[in-house]
Design a protein around this ligand. Structure first.
Ligand SMILES: Cc1cc2nc3c(=O)[nH]c(=O)nc-3n(C[C@H](O)[C@H](O)[C@H](O)COP(=O)(O)O)c2cc1C
Length: 180
């Protein structure tokens, strides 16, 4: 089994594209796949010590899922399946996509939901990210003035995404035993 499991949920494909770009940075032994949660199982997630979860925010602050027209379902349906997974001893890094201009009061809120879910089950979350270079009003993904994971905005700051992903992977590298 690969060392890092990457699971994501996506409606129009933006989060999927980022997940695949992250996967491409690793060989198959480090990360076998970037898997849509609608094809995943709790057993698969539970088997990893190192996890990366990716999500967009939809429907005004919501996790992607059937209620936000996410085909095949998303985190909304998958999180309940993970409710009995013990995350203690697991290291989790989170990235989230949102639109700060159109949804400034709920920017990347779903990232906050994933954070609270895994922390409540004992996870160590790494990869907090500075909120300085964004323009929004509020976000459930903020803790002590920082995002609890990587925030990306493909509608308004697409030109910053590649560098942000690269810097964030470097940031989490020591915790994940990554080769860079
Ligand atoms: C109906 C709808 C609701 C959205 N609600 C939010 C929101 O509450 N907060 C936010 O930051 N972005 C919101 N967005 C922006 C998406 O998160 C953004 O477009 C993202 O890149 C979509 O990624 P995906 O294609 O992987 O789902 C919304 C987008 C749509 C279409």
């Amino acid at each position: 089994m690969a060392r890092i499991g990457l699971f994501f949920s996506s409606s129009t494909g933006n989060t999927r594209r980022i997940a695949r770009a992250i996967k491409k940075r690793f060989d198959d032994e480090t990360m076998a796949d970037a898997l849509n949660v609608n094809k995943a199982s709790a057993e698969l997630v539970a088997g990893y010590t190192h996890l990366i979860f990716g999500t967009s925010t939809l429907g005004g602050g919501q996790l992607p899922g059937l209620s936000t027209d996410c085909m095949g379902g998303g985190w909304e349906e998958f999180l309940p399946q993970l409710k009995d997974v013990d995350f203690s001893g697991k290291t989790v890094a989170l990235f989230g996509l949102g639109n700060q201009e159109k949804y400034p009061d709920e920017f990347v809120d779903a990232l906050g939901e994933l954070y609270h879910f895994v922390v409540a089950r004992g996870a160590k979350v790494v990869g907090a990210w500075p909120a300085d270079d964004y323009d929004f009003i509020s976000s459930k993904a903020l803790l002590d003035g920082e995002f609890i994971g990587l925030a990306l905005d493909q509608e308004n700051q697409k030109n910053l995404t590649d560098a942000r992903v690269e810097a964030w992977l470097k940031l989490i590298a020591p915790e994940f035993g990554l080769p860079f």
